[in-house]
Ligand binder design. Structure first.
Ligand SMILES: *[C@@H]1O[C@H](CO)[C@@H](O)[C@H](O)[C@H]1NC(C)=O
Ligand SMILES: *[C@@H]1O[C@H](CO)[C@@H](O)[C@H](O)[C@H]1NC(C)=O
Length: 417
């Protein structure tokens, strides 16, 4: 999710294209006989479970990559209430985000995660941190001040398993903060905050940690790779497809090496709006190498392409759908989108056109965003999220008209419960 100024209207999370279907590997995987029927694999543009059924994500983003590095909203509601709310309209997945800094701090602290009391006071100050922590504990009585941040992630994953909601884990940022812009130091491999070794270490750590979550089915390498504009030398020397390939292979190896079961989502350049050379098999410039599934030996059927699109002021539906098609979307699967939850936005061309396209393609999706507010964002505590599906205190839908008139039909049209 970019900064609001250039807010993305649509994120497309896309399953591997037809390109990938050419490689069929026969591997014997441990088969699960109950929900979630994982591990999943890709087949052409589809994601398949162990029963051979198509899996279509219909869900929402639950951010946890802000300064506190704890999933949002728990000062207002319990984990169970929030998951139940999603389940009540038939959603089947969350895109749960985290920051690499969370794992860096565990390593700095001899392998021990930070407790909630520290996380809240460091991010919000002693006074507000204590107030918010007390509210979190009142709503979530199984937590204490010494519960760790990862134990909150564990609790969310456990509740999702209980209610049969898939967990897709997304590395959103290196530094815990609002994402994203081209000058935030987190834009590209080796940007100021984006240390590649820390990143692969963090991916592997979460992939390993997530093995204890039955609901975890997929992980993304990184949200919205983008031009490091505040780092001109890096931009000139490295912001290109050739380096992209070098680093994403390090990322996929980190995840796959730690957890061979999860699907791995790859994102492209320019806030992940382009995947062109990957989909078309053309040169990864400035080099001449091309994207080759043989480079992902043993797990080619785990790769998923993720494409985002920010054409939020589109008014020509055919042009919008044609553009997505040309970007390779017809060869892909899940999508992600979002918009201001006011009275009219959901009835404009973009929201309607996208929903129609996703229903036609039976594509999966994650809406940005579940959060009605953030503990803190861009220096403002208790930040109001007007794009939130939920209202400020996460107690009800912000736009019940959209949920009834747009969201539930989208769920029913793509992944009927
Ligand atoms: C603490 O919380 C209050 C109430 O939400 C808010 O007005 C104030 O700005 C917060 N303090 C800081 C340092 O943000
Ligand atoms: C990488 O992690 C170490 C802790 O292991 C930390 O000290 C360092 O600041 C991190 N690097 C970046 C760029 O965040």
């Amino acid at each position: 999710m970019k900064s609001m100024l250039q807010a993305p209207f649509l994120h497309l999370l896309a399953a591997s294209g037809g390109l990938f279907s050419q490689i069929a590997e026969s591997r014997t995987l441990p088969r699960q006989s109950g929900w979630p029927f994982a591990p999943f694999v890709t087949s052409g543009r589809d994601i398949k479970d162990t029963q051979g059924q198509n899996v279509v994500y219909a869900g929402a983003n639950w951010p946890g990559a802000g300064e506190v590095m704890i999933p949002e909203g728990l000062q207002y509601q319990s984990v169970e209430t929030i998951v139940t709310k999603m389940k009540s309209i038939g959603m089947n997945a969350i895109r749960l985000t985290y920051a690499i800094e969370l794992i860096d701090q565990i390593y700095e602290n001899d392998g021990v995660d930070v407790p909630l009391s520290t996380a809240f006071t460091e991010a919000l100050g002693a006074e507000n941190g204590t107030i918010i922590l007390d509210q979190v504990l009142a709503n979530n009585p199984s937590f204490t001040g010494s519960t760790t941040r990862l134990e909150v992630y564990d609790a969310i994953a456990a509740e999702c398993a209980k209610q049969e909601i898939f967990v897709h884990l997304d590395n959103h940022m290196s530094r815990g903060a609002w994402c994203c812009n081209t000058e935030d130091g987190n834009s590209w491999f080796n940007d100021v905050d984006f240390n590649v070794a820390n990143w692969t270490r963090g991916l592997a750590y979460m992939a390993e940690h997530g093995k204890s979550w039955p609901a975890l089915v997929s992980m993304a390498l990184r949200n919205e790779l983008r031009s490091p504009d505040s780092n001109p030398e890096l931009k000139a020397s490295s912001y290109n497809w050739q380096d992209w390939y070098k680093y994403i292979k390090q990322g996929t190896e980190a995840i796959h090496g730690a957890n061979p079961d999860v699907l791995i989502f790859l994102s492209g350049l320019n806030f992940d709006t382009t995947m062109t050379p990957v989909v078309r098999g053309t040169a990864l410039t400035p080099g001449s190498e091309t994207f080759d599934l043989a480079d992902f030996e043993g797990y080619a059927e785990k790769l998923v392409l993720e494409l985002h699109n920010y054409d939020n002021n589109a008014n020509d539906c055919a042009a919008l759908q044609g553009g997505l098609h040309n970007n390779g979307y017809q060869a892909m699967s899940p999508a992600e989108f979002g918009f201001n939850m006011d009275a009219t936005e959901w009835q404009r061309t973009y929201a309607i056109c996208l929903a129609e396209y996703m229903v036609t393609l039976k594509s999966g999706w994650f809406i940005w965003v579940l959060a009605g507010s953030y503990y803190t964002r861009d220096g403002t505590q208790d930040y109001e999220e007007t794009w939130g599906l939920l209202n400020h205190d996460w107690s009800d839908w912000r736009s019940p008209e959209y949920v009834e008139g747009g969201l539930i039909p989208l769920i029913d049209g793509t992944a009927p419960p």
